[in-house]
Write a protein that binds this ligand. Structure first.
Ligand SMILES: [Zn+2]
Length: 272
């Protein structure tokens, strides 16, 4: 009985994440274009036909309609479904990380408040992951990270003081500068290495993570960005001099550091 209950909860959490993912698709599309993302109906990017709730059921609508728009029959990019899928999985990850019985990120809590504290922490972490997912796609598309999204992460950092895992305030404040200042210097002197959007993102994420985990995030981001850069060059998708967005790699680094920062830092220090 308990197992069935857990499966229902997990399916529900995934579904909620996927629905929010479909809102993230709206943000990814509209934010860089300066369109209103709160009001206004969803529409097909090709024929601009208004989309109704039956067209907007995450993942299912896409598959049920044969990956085409219901109205103009033009193929719809798989990206919308992939974002919904990733958002669903991220919601599950945040839930499993903080809510018993699977909780693997320790919180400072007092006794019976554990479940409620875990729930709040899961919400906060999912919010950050959702913003990181949005940043990744927008930066990939436009090579820019909207300031509003970095500010959203900074706000989550402030909330984390109360509802996140315990990180001393000084550790957070040092985190603002630990990665962003070196990136800023690199951005000043090496053209095209990092953008100032990356600098602001890492300042905000540094406050959320604390400086140790911010360094872990940078470390992972550079590895991922490097591997991706080699792949792009090898596949000859871009010429050597062209730039590619570093934001997605940093976002993956931040996301991993949020959950495994301590383990990775311990593992690394083990070699010193
Ligand atoms: Zn259409």
């Amino acid at each position: 009985m308990i197992t069935v209950l857990y499966i229902i909860i997990y399916v529900l959490i995934f579904a909620i994440g996927a629905v929010l993912g479909s809102f993230l698709n709206v943000l990814i599309y509209r934010l860089p274009r300066g369109l209103d993302f709160v009001r206004g109906f969803s529409f097909c990017p090709n024929c601009e036909h208004r989309l109704f709730p039956k067209d907007l059921v995450p993942i299912f609508s896409y598959l049920a309609l044969g990956r085409k728009c219901r109205y103009c029959r033009k193929p719809i990019s798989a990206r919308y479904m992939i974002v919904e899928l990733i958002a669903g999985l991220l919601a599950l990850l945040a839930w499993c990380a903080f809510v018993p019985p699977t909780a693997f990120v320790p919180l400072s809590f007092d006794g019976g408040a554990w479940a409620a504290a875990g729930f709040l922490a899961a919400l906060l972490y999912f919010a950050v992951l959702a913003v990181l997912l949005t940043i990744s796609y927008i930066d990939h598309d436009t090579m820019e990270i909207p300031d509003s999204l970095s500010i959203a992460i900074a706000v989550c950092g402030i909330l984390a003081i109360w509802i996140g895992p315990e990180v001393p305030l000084l550790t957070r404040v040092i985190g603002i500068f630990a990665v962003s200042v070196p990136l800023f210097v690199i951005a000043l002197f090496i053209e095209g290495a990092f953008g100032f959007g990356d600098v602001k993102l890492m300042a905000a994420a540094g406050f959320f993570l604390g400086w140790q985990h911010a360094l872990v995030a940078l470390f992972i981001g550079i590895i991922i960005g490097g591997v991706y850069g080699v792949y792009v060059l090898a596949a000859r998708k871009k010429e050597r001099k062209e730039h590619f967005a570093f934001g997605p790699a940093l976002c993956i680094g931040i996301g991993i550091a949020m959950f495994a920062g301590t383990s990775i830092a311990d593992w690394y220090l083990h070699f010193l």
